[in-house]
Design a protein around this ligand. Structure first.
Ligand code: ZN
Length: 139
């Protein structure tokens, strides 16, 4: 258990098979279970089994496993429940992360559904984009 494990994390309980959840799939490092407040049938969450608050705290094996399970669930949701999906992960309070245990949503999408994803961007100059790109090129 990591040093930032909370006293009661519902996703840790599910990962340890102690919580109430409808589990779709599991492997050594991740668990996929149905969101209790689905936007549509097939809305599934993928979590690392270890309590990890932020994406940056996942080790490389956990990151690979999280992405692999996400791809698997997205493929199955598209095959059985919806023609399209969005992936959604909130990392940090300002991003409205509601539970401090990394979780990826696979969100089923249908034409004319009620889901709204807005990225209110404004056109940047090439100089601005180049400057920000350079900042991300190294730690
Ligand atoms: Zn947890």
């Amino acid at each position: 258990m990591s040093e930032n494990a909370p006293t009661a994390c519902s996703f840790c309980e599910i990962s340890a098979d102690r919580g109430e959840a409808s589990v779709a799939a599991r492997d050594e490092l991740t668990v996929a279970f149905m969101d209790a407040y689905p936007v549509a049938p097939g809305h599934v969450l993928i979590v690392p089994r270890r309590h990890v608050r932020s994406l940056a705290d996942l080790n490389p094996d956990e990151g690979t496993a999280l992405w692999g399970m996400t791809q698997l669930m997205a493929r199955r949701v598209k095959a059985k429940h919806a023609p399209a999906v969005n992936l959604h992960l909130s990392d940090g309070a300002e991003a409205e992360q509601d539970i401090s245990h990394v979780h990826m949503h696979v969100v089923p999408r249908h034409s004319n559904d009620a889901v709204k994803i807005e990225l209110p961007g404004t056109r940047a100059t090439r100089d601005e984009l180049d400057r920000v790109a350079a900042s991300l090129a190294e730690d």
